[in-house]
Design a protein around this ligand. Sequence first.
Ligand SMILES: *[C@@H]1O[C@H](CO)[C@@H](O)[C@H](O)[C@H]1NC(C)=O
Ligand SMILES: *[C@@H]1O[C@H](CO)[C@@H](O)[C@H](O)[C@H]1NC(C)=O
Ligand SMILES: *[C@@H]1O[C@H](CO)[C@@H](O)[C@H](O)[C@H]1NC(C)=O
Length: 464
Amino acid sequence: MILFSFLTLALVSLAVADPIHIPLRRRNPFVSGDGQLDTSKVAVAAQRMRERYGYTPNVTSTSSKRMKRQGQSVGVPIINQQQDSSYLGVVSIGTPGQNFNVVLDTGSSDLWVAAANCAGCTSSTPTFDTTKSSTLKQAGTTGSQITIHYGSGQVSGQIAQDTVSMGGFTNTAQTLLVGTTLSQGLLDGDASGIMGLAFQALASTQSVPFWQNLISANQLAAPEMSFWLTREITNQNAKDDEPGGVFTLGGTNSSLFTGNIEFINMPSATQPTFWLLSMSAVTVNGNNVQIPTGNAAISAIDTGTTLIGGPSSAVQAIFSAIPNSVALSEMQGFFAFPCTSNIEVSFSFGGESWSINPADMNLGTVGQGLCLGGIFDLTQGSDVSEGGGNPSWVVGDTFLKNVYSVFRSNPPSIGFAQLSNAAGGGSAAPSGGGTQGSATITATGLPIPTGGASGNGSGSGSGK
Ligand SMILES: *[C@@H]1O[C@H](CO)[C@@H](O)[C@H](O)[C@H]1NC(C)=O
Ligand SMILES: *[C@@H]1O[C@H](CO)[C@@H](O)[C@H](O)[C@H]1NC(C)=O
Ligand SMILES: *[C@@H]1O[C@H](CO)[C@@H](O)[C@H](O)[C@H]1NC(C)=O
C-alpha cells in the first residue's frame, strides 16, 4: 500500500541521519567501548523493532491464544447486535488481556475502548481497567486528550499504547484511545468500543490502525479483510446478540462465497482514507435509475453503518421508482413505501449488479401501511455538504449483508462475491420483510442523521 511504503521510507532516512550522535570510532552502535558486541543493546534494539512492527514478545504469553506466525489468515466470529444494527468482534487489550466486543468498522480508523468509570457508559458496558494492564503506556508524559467524532456521537479520552490481539494476531504497541467520556447511545449492549479498519490518514489518533500494523509486520497471508455478515432483521425472536458471521483477517474463506470475487480498484488518491468505490449503476426492480456521477458517485463501503445513505437526487430517484412511496416529514431524509411492495434495489460498482434482499430494505412499519426504507438522503438534515471531500454515498450493512466483501489494501480495492449457501446465500436467502419490531440505526462512519424507526411489526412479507 502506497501510504505505508511512504512512512517506511521516512523511517529509513531518519535511521541514516542517526549516526551523527554516535562517535565515529564506534561505527557499530551495538559495540561497547572495549570493542565487544553488547548483546543487551542488540536485544533492546530488536525489541524496539519488533514492537514498531507489531511482533509479539513472549511477555504477552499470558494470553491463552496462540501467537500467529507469519503469513496466516484467521476467521474471527462476528456478533450480530440488535437485528443487524452493529457487527462486533472480540479484541483483547492489555496484559493480561481483557476481552471486549468492538464494532468492526471499515468506516473509521481508530481503535478505542471504554475506560473503567467512563462517563456515558451504561452499567452493562464492559470497560477497560488500565490499572490492571502491566503493558499500558500513556502517550507522551501526560497522555494526549482527544475526541473522535462519529455519525452517532463522539468519544473523548487519552491516547495510550498497549498490547492488542484479535483472532490470535497481536501488536504489542498498538495506539488506542482509552475512552473516558462517551456521548449517549454511542455504544449499545455489551459493546465496549470500535475497531477502525480504514486507513491511517483518517485516524483521529493519527496512528497506524491495528490491521495495517499486522500487514507491515507480515503477519497476514494476504493484505485482506473479509466479511460475511448475517441477517437477523427478519427474526422476530432475535436476541440482543446473535451469531453475526465471520470476519477473516489476512485473506478470504472460500466456504463462505461462490464464484469469483469481483475486485474493483479504489478511485485513485494519493492517500487512501475511507474504503471507497464509485457507484456506477442503481436499479429498482430491474429498472435503472438516474444517479449522479463523478464525486457524487464516491461511496464509502462501511461495515460500521447500519443503513445506506446516498446523494439527494439518487435517493429521490430510487423512491420515485417505487409507486406510492413518500418522503417522511418527521424523519428528514427518510422515505417510506407501501409494505405490500416487494422492493429489490441493486448496486453496481463495476460490471456486476448486487441485489439487496427486499427484507433489508424494509425497516418496519411507520403507520398507514407504510414501511420505512433502508436507503436515506445523506445530505438532508445533516451539516455535511454533498461531495465536499466526503463520500456521497455510505454503503452500510443493509447492502453488505447481501454479499461476501473483501477489503484489500494492495492494490487498494474492494471485492464482492456471492454468498455461499453455507453463508445464507443463494436459495437460502431469507424471505419476508417487515416482521421486525423496530430498527436501531447506528452510523459510526460518518456524520449522518440517526433515529429509530418505530413500527409494530405488521409489515407484510416480501419473499425474494
Ligand atoms: C522470551 O522467552 C525466552 C525463552 O523462554 C527468554 O529467554 C527470553 O528472555 C524471553 N524474552 C522476553 C522479552 O521476555
Ligand atoms: C471458514 O468458515 C467456516 C464457516 O464459518 C468455518 O467453519 C471455517 O473454520 C472457516 N475457515 C477458516 C480457515 O477460517
Ligand atoms: C400495527 O399497526 C397496524 C397499522 O399501523 C395496525 O392495523 C395494527 O393494529 C397494529 N398492531 C398492533 C399489535 O399494534
